[in-house]
Design a protein around this ligand. Structure first.
Ligand SMILES: Nc1ncnc2c1ncn2[C@@H]1O[C@H](COP(=O)(O)OP(=O)(O)OP(=O)(O)O)[C@@H](O)[C@H]1O
Length: 482
């Protein structure tokens, strides 16, 4: 399992964009209109009061029921808005995930099912939008009707007042004119209120997201004057935050001297990739510490540290752009000569030169126009150019055919020279040349030694893994877990 945690990133991004759009719309479109309506309503109602306090009193009779109605409606709209946002982000998530994996969808001939899945999500939004339309119809219709009834009442009562000479016909006419102004402003205010309630519904979720704080600080911390590359895991206890009940490491300790290539092996799920995640500080251990050249990793500046760690994973991530841009991703100031040199050490030059545009060839989204082995070698060239002191190779050759594997392995050998390397391997044959093999089991290092030492250990976990593999089994046996 690769150690990049991307389980919920798609969902978070779509939630964030949908919520931001709604809150933005709610604020920008409505705040100025709302303030204008409020000012007009205030001035208009003072003028109404000035012309006739009695008639103003009648008009004001409609305010309490409409206000109560507005509060109930506002709350309903707020909760609907929250549900609509969730449904909209679901739509975006499904579309993004399925379209980006369109080849898998096509390979399984699942276009119709995916269309149906998307249709169901659209239906959710449609149902919520229908509810909102009904509620707003009832509210605005009800408020409009009450307003018109109040106007009729004023006309009737005002007519009597004119007949009794309590006010002049001109005063009644000007009162009705002010009423029209105030009525229009109040209608604007209620629509402002409903939009604001929608915005409040969406912003609740937005602030939930924005207020999430990572316990891992990106800023601060020291920059080591020199980095030799000694790594020490000291008594680590670790559980993933989303699964606190399942312990990955308990009392895990391992010391790796500078320039050592350590192969991390073990049954599937034993935590090999997790070592990479801890090393890059995607997570911090629950207890215990990791030391880099005897400095606690938590006291080191995170950006600087990550700049000094290179990663090559089983599924290298390339970005839409040219080959040169992808190789120089970790060092944007690299010259063309440096890019070429890294590519040649990573066995990329031969295939890049066959492309018409050479280093300016576009690789497409996620490197779609390259083969698995080519992508892998570009990722190695990228790591070479970054020139890190510590290297994490996560299953870097396990998805390749033999010929490609030879080329990639050769490129990796160039990359590994003079660095501290953690190679997380499943094919035991590829780790023979490692200086040290750490075999994980039961939340810690069960065996540590050279390949030959561990191979000759009677009844050892590593020996059993090798035997399983040579029998045609694999290291992913869950029986090995405990
Ligand atoms: N982000 C995560 N959140 C929760 N649990 C996780 C997460 N990533 C991995 N795990 C769990 O942690 C355990 C160790 O995972 P890890 O990927 O480190 O194992 P591994 O030894 O590399 O496995 P494999 O050989 O199958 O790749 C597994 O049981 C896995 O299900």
């Amino acid at each position: 399992m690769a150690f990049f945690d991307k389980n919920r990133t798609g969902e978070l991004i779509s939630r964030l964009s949908v919520d931001t759009a709604i809150v933005g719309k709610s604020l920008t479109n409505n705040v100025s209109d709302g303030l204008r309506a409020l000012a007009t309503a205030a001035v208009g109602s003072s003028m109404m009061f000035y012309v006739s306090p009695q008639l103003t009193g009648i008009m004001m009779l409609i305010v309490p029921p409409v206000a109560i109605f507005a509060i109930v409606y506002g709350r309903y709209v707020k909760s609907l808005s929250r549900k609509t946002q969730t449904a909209l982000s679901e739509i975006t998530k499904v579309a993004e995930e399925r379209i980006s994996a369109i080849r898998t969808v096509q390979a399984f001939a699942k276009e119709k099912q995916e269309e149906k899945r998307y249709g169901l999500r659209v239906a959710d939004v449609y149902n919520l939008a229908t509810k909102e339309a009904m509620a707003s119809g009832a509210f605005f219709g009800g408020a409009g009707l009450s307003g018109n009834l109040a106007v009729l009442a004023v006309l009737w009562y005002g007519g009597h007042m004119v007949l009794e000479n309590a006010i002049t016909i001109g005063e009644l006419a000007s009162f009705m004119l002010y009423t029209a102004y105030v009525g229009t402003s109040l209608a604007g205010l209620t629509s402002f209120y409903s939009e604001i309630m929608k915005g409040v519904g969406a912003s609740d979720r937005l602030f939930d997201l924005l207020e999430r704080k990572s316990p891992i600080k990106v800023t601060g911390g020291q920059i080591l004057p020199s980095l030799h590359g000694k790594i020490r895991f000291d008594d680590i206890h670790f559980t993933y935050p989303t699964r606190p009940q399942s312990t990955i490491f308990k009392k895990f300790s391992l010391t790796v001297e500078p320039g050592t290539v350590v192969a991390v092996v073990g049954p599937s799920g034993s935590g090999k990739s997790t070592i990479g995640s801890l090393l890059l500080r995607y997570y911090d251990p629950n207890s215990g510490s990791i030391y880099v050249d005897d400095t606690n990793i938590k006291d080191i500046n995170l950006h600087w540290w990550r700049e000094n760690v290179g990663v090559v994973s089983q599924e290298p991530v390339l970005f839409a752009g040219t080959i040169a841009e992808n190789i120089s991703y970790g060092r944007e100031d690299a010259t063309h000569e440096e890019i070429q040199e890294a590519a040649s050490k990573a066995n990329c030059a031969s295939f890049i030169n066959t492309f018409q545009d050479g280093y300016n060839t576009m690789v497409g989204e996620r490197g779609i126009s390259l083969s698995g082995g080519q992508k892998q070698r570009i990722a190695i060239a990228r790591a070479l150019l970054k020139n890190p002191s510590i290297l994490v190779l996560d299953e870097a050759t396990s998805a390749l055919d033999s010929e490609s594997e030879v080329l990639v392995q050769d490129a990796l050998n160039n990359l590994m020279q003079g660095r501290t390397v953690f190679t997380i391997a499943h094919r035991l044959s590829t780790i023979r040349s490692a200086d040290l093999v750490a075999c994980l089991s039961n939340g810690g290092v069960a065996e540590l030694g050279t390949y030959q030492e561990l191979l000759h250990k009677e009844g050892g976990v590593f020996r059993r893994l090798v035997e399983l593999q040579s029998l045609g089994g694999n290291t992913h046996s869950d029986e090995e877990k405990n």
